[in-house]
Design a protein around this ligand. Structure first.
Ligand code: FE2
Length: 191
């Protein structure tokens, strides 16, 4: 029996091969696959669930060899948060363990404006980002005393994509996130 992760990767591989590559169709299916993946929490290897005392971790679980998608475990230590950032490709986030808060932003002129209220994403729930639907957000662990983990799938090799972090005055700074597991076997195509 294939593991949930192997089934997920197989589903994603089929999805990026299908004829209808419109973002809405891809996201619908990617959300459904992600929902199924995070419905149970007994498959993530310990080494990809380790928090770091200082920074949140992003472990590459699988990278498509043609860079059409990548799967990452995002591990939050207590109280950790991201800067405001974008992705430039679609992404689906599913909470595997704990919970997280997401705040979306829009650029208005040269200012960064919070868009709507902060949203809590509970275990088992999924959320999406994309340049078409809203691509700028900051995310934080919902807990100050526990680890949370979400599983992300992106429409590209997210660790190698040049994207942006945003300062409060709206100024952007280029960044490439990389991955927390630089020895992952298929990272030879990184960058
Ligand atoms: Fe993000």
């Amino acid at each position: 029996m294939n593991s949930p992760l192997a089934q997920f990767v197989a589903g994603m591989a089929r999805l990026v091969e299908q004829r209808d590559q419109r973002e809405a169709a891809v996201l619908d299916e990617a959300c459904e696959l992600t929902r199924r993946l995070v419905a149970r929490d007994d498959w993530l290897a310990q080494e990809f669930a380790q928090p770091d005392a200082r920074f949140y971790r992003q472990y590459l679980l699988y990278g498509d060899p043609l860079q059409r998608f990548s799967v990452v475990s995002f591990v939050w230590g207590p109280g950790q948060r991201t800067p405001v950032h974008d992705h430039t490709v679609w992404g689906v986030i599913g909470v595997l363990r704990g919970a997280e808060y997401s705040q979306r932003y829009a650029i208005a002129g040269d200012a960064l404006i919070a868009s709507g209220a902060e949203q809590k994403l509970q275990r088992g729930e999924v959320d999406v980002v994309s340049p078409a639907l809203g691509d700028i957000h900051s995310v934080r662990n919902a807990f100050d005393d526990a680890v949370s983990i979400s599983i992300h799938v992106y429409g590209g090799n997210i660790g190698a994509i040049e994207r942006s972090v945003f300062r409060q005055d709206g100024r952007r700074q280029a960044f490439v996130s990389g991955y927390s597991n630089p020895l992952a076997p298929n990272l030879w195509w990184r960058g």
